[in-house]
Design a protein around this ligand. Structure first.
Ligand SMILES: [Zn+2]
Length: 326
């Protein structure tokens, strides 16, 4: 993000450099007309200052359909009054902070005028990180577990030594149940469900996990009954069993539990509160970062940037700008 002299890279401080950077990443083969799809057949218009119908910087004219466009059309940046270089910084910060970045911190770091602006920006970026449906099902060893996020009750006060939060109903009643499916050594996909029941989990299992996968869960969960014909091994956490070996196979749910701990540290340490309404958005952000964990920060940011297109129209559905929670 910074060069040898400690200066921020140009795209993070200069508006023209930011736009050209996004163009280069999103249009590797030349400008793409969002109206007709023509590639590399557009002319860049010279900005005219002072004229009433003055052309802004970064406007292209399609040689095919004759319509004008910019790199922000159809992207999460469309209609935003926030300068592009601040968007790029925000994306970089979100992609490189393991536990995420709060709207308050974003507001301070980017010198944004209001919390609301920062909040909206963060949610647009989360929306950009929406993942494509998984190509092919999760196979091999698949760990699956549930956890409970948020809520005001302090679990520690309710749970007796030796018990786990999910064994105590009153400790979780105001929390959001989250189920994660994780292919060992691979990706994770998390779901906010109303209630952890076999009925709610079955569609997730069928959508995500191959029939010949080896499923690993712990014993106190209903996940087992949603597995269909899939092979299942369980570890008994309440008997303090976390790992065991069976014919050379490591039976554990430690990987998915490790993922939950990142999620919880983010929820508690950074964001403080996620409403159930936006749970899906936060899960998307954390899943995405985890799934790109092996990449250097810079590369992760570039991939996120590629995902900023084609997202504008769908934004209206999940985001209510008026809500303020982080
Ligand atoms: Zn066109």
């Amino acid at each position: 993000m910074r060069n040898e002299t400690g200066l921020l890279a140009p795209q993070y401080r200069d508006e023209d450099a930011a736009r050209e950077h996004i163009e280069k990443i999103r249009w590797p083969d030349g400008p793409v007309c969002p109206h007709c799809g023509l590639v590399n057949e557009a002319t860049k218009l010279e900005p005219r200052e002072g004229s009433k119908n003055g052309v802004r910087e970064g406007v292209w004219n399609c040689n095919g359909c004759r319509k004008q466009f910019t790199i922000t059309v159809g992207s999460i940046f469309e209609d935003s009054h926030i300068p592009l270089h601040k968007w790029l910084l925000a994306i970089h910060l979100m992609c490189s902070s393991k536990k995420g970045i709060s709207a308050h911190q974003l507001m301070r770091n980017l010198d944004l005028g209001s919390y609301r602006t920062a909040w909206f920006m963060a949610h647009r970026i989360r929306w950009a990180l929406t993942q494509e449906p998984v190509k092919g099902l999760f196979g091999g060893i698949v760990e699956m577990d549930e956890t409970y996020i948020g809520g005001k009750l302090r679990v520690q006060q309710l749970v007796k030594p030796g018990e786990r939060p999910k064994d105590r109903l009153e400790a979780i009643s105001n929390k959001a149940p989250v189920v994660s499916v994780l292919q060992r050594g691979g990706s994770v996909r998390s779901y906010h469900v109303e209630k952890v029941t076999a009925k709610n989990l079955k569609p997730i299992v069928n959508e995500m996990i191959a029939e010949d996968a080896h499923l690993m869960t712990d014993t106190s969960t209903v996940l087992a009954s949603a597995r269909g014909k899939r092979k299942l091994s369980q570890v008994n956490h309440s008997a303090k069993e976390y790992v065991r070996y069976e014919s050379g196979e490591k039976i554990t749910t430690n990987t998915v539990e490790g993922y939950f701990s990142i999620l919880k540290r983010g929820n508690i340490g950074i964001y403080h509160h996620w409403s159930k309404k936006y749970m899906g958005q936060y899960l998307r952000e954390f899943d995405w970062r985890y799934n790109a964990r092996k990449l250097p920060d810079m590369e992760r940011t570039l991939i996120a940037l590629k995902m900023t297109g084609g997202k504008r129209l769908m934004l209206k559905t999940p985001i209510n700008e008026k809500r303020r929670d982080d």
